[in-house]
Design a protein around this ligand. Structure first.
Ligand code: AR6
Length: 174
């Protein structure tokens, strides 16, 4: 049953005491702005050192590192698509980010995981459309998986939070 295992919250993902947080990274995995910058700052320089050994990450794929100084034990780094109008496989690539991150979490026996709103910042993916993809993919995954107990979608700012909440309610009620 999916209900109760997926939640939407508002705040700073780097503060969460969960088994893993997901990073909305870029193809280099060598840091950047937004949530990526915040995660690297909070984790400390050892995170970048480990990231250097990973040889980057393709869009839609995911790689895992330790969390270092973060309260989270693991960081799952995924790379969302840059929004280029919607006709360049953006939806499919964003769905892959959620699916591949959750598969990796399952392999590492991760029970609680938090996602930021991947691609909806610097990469300009429309928030509502991204939220629909996120909730659909998480729901589909949780219906088949029994290891992951809780998935949190962490929104930055009230506008993003309200949009995600509306999408989650729609999915739960259908
Ligand atoms: N906690 C939770 N969410 C956050 C936080 C935080 N501390 N900080 C920002 N967000 P973005 P993208 C939200 O731009 O669009 C980086 O430079 C933010 O408000 O971080 O996937 C990478 O290196 C937005 O809702 O990621 C890449 O180059 C969401 O996180 C590029 O940005 C994602 O925004 C990736 O762009």
């Amino acid at each position: 049953m999916m209900k109760g295992r997926i939640e939407v919250t508002q705040g700073d993902i780097t503060r969460l005491h969960v088994d893993a947080i997901v990073n909305a990274a870029n193809n280099t995995l060598l840091g950047g702005g937004g949530v990526d910058g915040a995660i690297h700052r909070a984790a400390g320089p050892a995170l970048l050192e480990e990231c250097r050994t990973l040889n980057g990450c393709a869009t839609g794929e995911a790689k895992i590192t330790r969390g270092y100084n973060l309260p989270a034990k693991w960081v799952i780094h995924t790379v969302g698509p840059v929004w280029r109008g919607g006709g360049n496989r953006e939806d499919e690539l964003l769905a892959n980010c959620y699916r591949n991150s959750l598969s990796l979490a399952e392999k590492y026996d991760i029970k609680t995981i938090a996602f930021p709103a991947i691609s909806t910042g610097v990469y300009r993916f429309p928030v509502e459309r991204a939220a629909e993809i996120a909730v659909r993919e998480i729901k589909n995954f949780l219906e088949r998986n029994t290891v992951i107990e809780k998935v949190t979608l962490v929104c930055f700012g009230e506008a993003s939070y309200q949009k995600h909440l509306a999408v989650l309610e729609k999915f739960i009620n259908q």
